[in-house]
Design a binder for this molecule. Structure first.
Ligand code: URA
Length: 209
């Protein structure tokens, strides 16, 4: 699992337990997902390049570090990916946000794009593709494929929970995309839900069924 980074920070794991719990209601679920997204963003941005800048403190002139101004783009996969966007934006407020919508083709069971709206300079940005659940890997793989087709060259994939099947699919299709996840679960069930998972992330975020 060389390109899979599992965030075992106690705060992330603690909050993820409440997120998984079926007794956690919509409001609390949404807040917790937002908080975990912020904590994950802190870890995901660990490798951002720094540059040296000269500043004046009240005492003297000194050289300090600043993020080099690398352009970042977030690409949530609709609709559940939206639930993690604001949490990431808290730490990277200047990031541009593209959106991609996918539906599942009933015949092939593969994800098919029905909507995409991206920043125009997508090829110059480091993209973080966001979906809370990496289940079969179909949505993530197709989304990344579509982004590559329109010029994306640098991508990371961020999710709350992954199934081994989804990780395998993404690694096979896109070995260049590192995967950042709070937990890798046991398996998929016959309906392609992650086990133990958290249920349907979109429904739990938005109170639908
Ligand atoms: N999508 C979800 O929301 N939950 C799963 O368990 C799998 C896919």
């Amino acid at each position: 699992m060389s390109n899979v980074y599992v965030f075992d920070h106690p705060l992330i794991q603690h909050k993820l337990t409440y997120i998984r719990d079926k007794n956690t209601g919509t409001k609390e679920f949404r807040e917790l997902v937002d908080e975990v997204a912020t904590l994950m963003a802190y870890e995901i941005t660990r490798d951002l390049p720094l540059k040296e800048v000269e500043i004046e403190t009240p005492v003297t002139t000194t050289t300090c570090k600043m993020i080099e101004g690398k352009k970042i783009g977030l690409v949530p996969i609709l609709r559940a990916g939206l639930g993690m966007v604001d949490g990431v934006l808290k730490l990277i407020p200047a990031a541009k946000v593209g959106h991609i919508g996918l539906y599942r083709d009933p015949a092939t069971l593969e994800a098919v794009q029905y909507y995409a709206k991206m920043p125009s300079d997508i090829g110059e940005r480091d993209l973080i593709v966001i979906d809370p659940m990496l289940a079969t890997g179909s949505s993530a793989s197709v989304a990344i494929n579509e982004l590559k087709k329109i010029g994306a060259t640098s991508m990371k994939f961020m999710c709350l929970i992954a199934a081994p099947e989804g990780i395998a699919r993404l690694q096979e299709d896109h070995p260049d995309v590192d995967i950042f996840v709070a937990a890798v679960d046991e398996k998929l069930n016959h309906k392609s839900y992650i086990v133990p998972g958290l249920g349907d992330a979109g429904d739990r975020l938005y109170g639908t069924k």
